[in-house]
Ligand binder design. Structure first.
Ligand code: ZN
Length: 407
């Protein structure tokens, strides 16, 4: 990697070398357990000019034609998308003929929330399996990667988009500049581009190294989006912090018009990023040292509990869990199973470490003493769902920002 994906600067620093990993969502079926897995180096870089944290190693795009992450498995995401749909209806797409386009529509959860409110909406989604799920819910989805050509085609068929929304997708895009050309093609002149992405400042401050995986090519700072949008004559009109995915932001951008005063929220964010050292090499050296220290601590904790005869299982089989398990070398000798609500993953094994993924009912049927919460961004939701496990004496381990036992 020689140039920043957002601002094209060459001031890149390699700060996280996680070794060779299979793609974090490449769960393995039983009959393929003995076959060698395809692995790719996983290296985290930061651009010291704009603070974009980026993975240098791009895996082939066709990997995403079948996809296993679905937001519908999480109650938190249902609420999240309901609120976003209401917000759009009240502020951005206030009349029913205005079109909303969701790029990276996944299983159509957000599209259904828009449809419930009578908002005209189209999704664009490359994964075949997710498109089929979304269409079965009665929403309109174009089954393609988002490109300028697809943007032009959608505009021809449905008209210009008054609002383009992309949630937790922009961070998966290798060629951000090509994506932005597509946005400009599709967006109405007065339209708003809404981007939701995890935020670099949280990754750095909360030690969220496990959110670095091949599919998450970028972790955005506000500065990186300012610089990227600037190259396309767009400006950020607002930045709103969000609690999802370990600390995200919702950014609103429009074409630069005459009234191009900078948003005070942007200035505040940029000051905060400077204060947090997001553009300083030393910040990332310290981060690397903390990631190594967490490894020592977590392995010592798990091994001490196992030495006391405790049984430990994982809760959640998210992509980031696989970065953590593979990098820290936590396998089936340490975790009995990974309990996950997403039925697409049941019966499969985690990539690399080959821990079996089972339905969450297994926690009642075969209760461990400890649950290591790998989906730590949903820790509150998980602890609430597993109140019965806790009542019977079960305990939770949260690995990030530092390993700790709850309750
Ligand atoms: Zn940059």
């Amino acid at each position: 990697m020689t140039r920043c994906r957002a601002c094209t600067s060459e001031r890149l620093k390699l700060f996280l070398s996680l070794g060779d990993h299979p793609p974090a969502n490449a769960f393995v079926s039983e009959d393929r357990l003995r076959c060698p897995e395809v692995t790719f180096p996983l290296d985290g870089y930061v651009c010291l000019r704009c603070g974009l944290i980026q993975v240098g190693n791009v895996i082939p795009a066709d990997f995403f034609r079948e996809y296993v992450y679905v937001p519908s498995a999480s109650e938190t995401m249902h609420d999240h998308f309901s609120r976003l749909a209401t917000f759009i209806q009240e502020t951005l797409a206030t009349s029913p003929e205005q079109l909303v386009v969701d790029i990276g529509a996944n299983d159509g959860l957000f599209l259904t929330k828009l449809a419930d409110r009578g908002i005209r909406a189209v999704g664009i989604e490359p994964a075949h399996n997710l498109t089929a799920i979304a269409r079965s819910r009665g929403v309109e989805v174009v089954n393609e990667y988002f490109t300028s050509e697809v943007a032009a085609d959608v505009r021809r068929r449905f008209g210009p988009a008054h609002v383009i929304v992309t949630t937790n997708t922009f961070n998966h895009i290798d060629d951000l500049h090509a994506f932005m050309r597509g946005v400009l093609t599709l967006l109405a002149d007065e339209g708003t581009f809404v981007v939701e992405v995890p935020q670099a400042i949280h990754l750095v401050q909360q030690n969220e190294f496990d959110t670095v995986y091949h599919e998450h090519l970028s972790e955005f700072s506000v500065m990186s989006l300012v610089r990227l949008f600037d190259a396309f004559e767009m400006r950020i009109v607002d930045v709103v912090p969000l609690p999802v995915h370990g600390g995200s932001m919702r950014v609103f951008a429009r074409r630069r018009g005459e009234d191009s005063d900078d948003s005070p929220a942007v200035a505040d964010s940029l000051r905060e990023e400077t204060r947090a050292g997001l553009f300083d090499a030393a910040t990332y050296d310290a981060f690397g040292a903390r990631v190594a220290a967490i490894r020592q601590e977590l392995l010592a904790m798990l091994d001490r509990l196992r030495g006391e005869g405790r049984r430990i299982a994982g809760y959640g089989a998210p992509a980031k869990g696989n970065t953590l398990l593979n990098y820290y070398g936590i396998g089936p000798d340490r975790l009995l199973y990974l309990a996950d609500r997403n039925p697409i993953k049941h019966g499969l094994y985690s990539p690399g470490m080959h821990i079996p993924v089972v339905p969450v009912e297994r926690v009642q049927e075969d209760p461990p003493d400890y649950l290591l919460i790998l989906a730590w961004n949903f820790a509150d939701e998980i602890v609430a769902q597993q109140a019965e496990f806790h009542r019977r004496g079960g305990r939770f381990i949260v690995p990030i920002p530092e390993p700790r036992i709850l309750g």
